[in-house]
Design a protein around this ligand. Structure first.
Ligand SMILES: [Zn+2]
Length: 373
């Protein structure tokens, strides 16, 4: 952590947890009393609001007096990193929630609600407006310990049920952030195996990207919604698992567009070609659609005849910083993938690995004529 000697301080003064002690260089070999900071303890410490408040004053000299928002309190029970809050909002009404944020923790709020229902998250200018037509996410890293207001606003004509899903995640502190690993799952959403994968990811606090097939999304939209609700991202794996290297330009356009369309507001700017097959034409068409081609750096090879142990080994071996691991949650019986993933995540527990979605940029609105394709 640098000492901001000459640099101008940002407006919001961030509480520094470590007082950056003057280097105790001369007195080297004093063995520290072995403070056993297990990963859980470290995480708990960073999430403890009182830990910082004793060191620093979190909210003193803010020039603009901020009114304390009121509403139903959103709280994470101890040890939980995901909560869901169901509710109903009347036409023209708003449901207010307050949330006590701890600095430098990443919160992701997702609203699942019908059209006309929005989630306003933040204060003043920091409003993230989320159209409620489909599950939408707002990831917030809040600059200071503070109370935030979240409001579900309805312009719908009838009372609307909604669900807020909130996840919490410590951002890395200190000099050595853990490796970031990208878990990816192809060929879903599948009503059984995707759900099993989601349960696992949730239990392990991991987030991932699902490369989905359009026809599967059409059949199992609720599974897709759960993927997005729980903070994962979805991306294009073509409409019907076509081999893009064998298609005409027109056919490539059609399969890409159709899939982006069914993903709607959740579509990200990524594609993974089925079979990893991509010729120059397909590459060019993907680019014209604003889609980044995402391959992988390690494969669980879970479509071959391998045991769950082997799948687990391959996942663990591939979990290097920046590694993109290919797995499948659809396209066959994925029981062994689910078992192998569970074993791998258990083995990697406590290593400080951050499992993140690789495709996070939402797709630009397609400028394709809606009719006639
Ligand atoms: Zn595939």
């Amino acid at each position: 952590m640098e000492v901001p000697a000459t640099e101008e301080l940002p407006e919001v003064v961030e509480p520094k947890t470590e007082p950056v002690a003057a280097d105790p260089a001369p007195v080297e070999p004093v063995p520290e009393p072995d403070v056993e900071a297990t990963p859980e303890e470290t995480a708990a410490a960073t999430e403890d609001p009182t830990a910082t408040s004793t060191v620093d004053i979190p909210e003193p000299e803010d020039p603009v007096p901020v009114p304390v928002p009121t509403g139903q309190l959103i709280e994470f029970p101890p040890g939980e990193n995901l909560i869901t809050i169901p509710g109903t909002v009347a036409p023209g009404d708003r449901q207010a929630y307050v949330f006590e944020a701890v600095a430098d923790i990443q919160y992701t709020f997702t609203l699942g609600a019908p059209a006309g229902v929005w989630l306003d998250a933040g204060l003043g200018e920091d409003v993230a407006g989320l159209p409620g037509e489909r599950p939408k996410r707002a990831a917030l890293v809040l600059p200071a310990n503070m109370t935030w207001l979240l409001e579900v606003v309805s312009t719908a004509e009838e009372p609307a049920d909604f669900e807020i899903t909130a996840t919490v995640r410590s951002l890395d502190h200190g000099p050595a952030p853990g490796p970031v690993v990208y878990l990816t799952f192809d060929d879903g959403p599948h009503p059984v195996h995707t759900v099993e994968v989601l349960d696992l990811l949730r239990r392990h606090g991991a987030r991932a990207t699902f490369f989905v097939v359009g026809t599967m999304v059409e059949r199992f939209p609720h599974v897709l919604h759960r993927i997005v609700l729980e903070g994962h991202t979805v991306a294009n794996h073509t409409w019907n698992h076509e081999n893009l290297a064998k298609l005409s330009g027109e056919a490539i356009d059609r399969t890409l567009e159709r899939t982006q369309e069914i993903l709607g507001a959740n579509a990200t700017a990524c594609i993974r070609p089925p079979y990893g097959a991509l010729d120059e034409l397909a590459r060019q068409r993907a680019e014209e659609h604003g889609l980044d081609v995402i391959m992988w750096t390690a494969s669980a090879s879970d479509w071959t005849d391998v045991t769950a142990d082997v799948i687990a080994e391959r996942i663990v071996a591939g979990a290097v910083d920046g590694g993109i691991i290919l797995m499948h949650d659809g396209g066959g019986d994925r029981t062994r993938t689910v078992q192998g993933l569970d074993m791998a995540l258990q083995e990697m527990w406590g290593q400080g690995i951050q499992f993140e979605p690789i495709c996070t940029e939402l797709s630009p609105t397609p400028q394709i004529p809606a009719v006639g394709s």
